[in-house]
Design a binder for this molecule. Structure first.
Ligand code: NAD
Ligand code: TYD
Length: 350
């Protein structure tokens, strides 16, 4: 099976490529990625010379390049996205372009080429805030809160419209918060781990009592593979770690595991529109595809911390340049930057 993976140089995409090539069977992968700030070919160093792996640098909004990369593929797994909620608040334009227009472009190309199978990677954030004691299942309403989650909900609905209207052979996954090796340190877990390593503060948004369902990336890769191989066309599958944790508790656990003091915890101005709680019901993928998460949050965190502590040149290669500018603007000068966003007009980029 020849698979076009979009966004394969990012965190989950690169883990997925390494995961399926390590199975040592039947898969050939073409990684199609624009290499934005979040795309990093160093994530794929282990497989870059693998005979079943190829790379095309390209934008998912570029229909003709996409068509030449996708021609002859048996399946598409579509990860490529602008994936960070905070950045989507600071600068929504690239998020809307990639996540909505990019997904539309891929759908059109895949439809034109009659690609037999399409896995769309959506997110639990499309369900929005989930009330205490409730869990979103695949039929729960989509009530996104941020430009990121709204763009992902738009893409998710577009995919579903193609299934219904054109008999397009798509399946959708909605996973919870992933963590694990090779995650860009703008997200909570790698940011806290790498800050701990350099004795920097742990910036906790608001009161830190927001809850997330944490899923080790390798468990997500197993779920996506199950959906690719056995998922029913037109269906949506939630994929969660079933390890619900408050941000503050998770931050304290990372401090404990890295041997750093509680005094590093620092409460900072909250993210605008911050969702309090994500919680998934994952009975469907368990019952229908026989998948369940295998890595506990505690084991996964230990393994992830160990990976970052030994990631030497990889970490030096991402914690530099654009990342430091971003960090300075939205962490070291957070008050001024968020105040400017709250009081200014729209931002544009491209
Ligand atoms: P990431 O930010 O680490 O990687 C995104 C990748 O997409 C990068 O390699 C980037 O270069 C590429 N990309 C961005 N814009 C592109 C464009 N226009 N054309 C081609 N490539 C482009 O993201 P991630 O955390 O690996 O997330 C992957 C997918 O999983 C996304 O669709 C995201 O919405 C979804 N998801 C992520 C999480 C999570 O916890 N990280 C949870 C649920 C769902
Ligand atoms: P994040 O990793 O950005 O994922 P998402 O917002 O998509 O769930 O954030 C996870 C949680 O951690 C979320 O409630 C926001 C919070 N958070 C902080 O408290 N401080 C930080 O520096 C970051 C990046 C996130």
């Amino acid at each position: 099976m020849k698979i076009l993976v979009t966004g394969g140089a990012g965190f989950i995409g690169s883990n997925f490529i390494r995961y399926i090539l390590a199975l040592g069977r039947k898969y050939t992968v073409v990684n199609y990625d624009k290499l934005t700030y979040a795309g990093n070919l160093a994530n794929l160093e282990q497989v870059s010379a693998h005979p079943n792996y190829g790379f095309v640098k390209g934008d998912i909004c570029d229909a003709s390049l996409l068509e030449s990369a996708m021609r002859g593929c048996d399946a598409v797994v579509h990860f490529a996205a602008e994936s960070h909620v905070d950045r989507s608040i600071y600068e929504p334009s690239p998020v809307i372009r990639t996540n909505i227009t990019g997904t539309f472009t891929i759908l059109e190309v895949a439809r034109k080429l009659s690609i037999p199978r399409f896995v769309h990677i959506s997110t639990d954030e499309v369900y929005g805030d989930i009330s205490p004691n409730e869990f979103a299942d695949e039929r729960s309403p989509l009530q996104p809160s941020s430009p990121y989650s709204a763009s992902k909900a738009g893409a998710d609905l577009l995919v579903r419209s193609y299934v219904r209207t054109y008999d397009f052979p798509a399946v959708i996954t909605r996973s919870s918060n992933n963590y694990g090796p090779y995650q860009f340190p703008e997200k909570f877990v790698p940011l806290m781990i790498t800050n701990a390593m350099s004795n920097q503060v742990f910036p906790v948004y608001g009161d830190g009592k927001q809850q997330r369902d944490w899923l080790h990336v390798e468990d997500n890769c197993g779920g996506i593979l199950a959906v690719l191989e056995k998922g029913k066309i037109g269906e949506v599958y939630n994929i969660g770690g079933l390890d619900l944790e408050e941000n503050l508790t998770l931050a304290r656990r990372i401090l404990q595991l890295t041997g750093k003091p509680e005094s590093l915890l620092t409460y900072v101005r909250d993210r605008p529109g911050h969702d309090r709680r994500y919680a998934l019901n994952c009975e469907k993928i368990k019952d229908e595809l026989g998948w369940k998460p295998l890595i506990s949050l505690d084991d996964g965190l230990r393994q992830t911390i160990d990976w970052y502590e030994n990631s030497g040149p990889w970490l030096a290669g991402v914690r530099c340049g654009e990342y430091l500018t971003y960090y300075e603007k939205y962490y070291l000068n957070r008050e001024q930057s968020l105040h400017a966003i709250a009081s200014a007009g729209p931002t544009t980029s491209e």
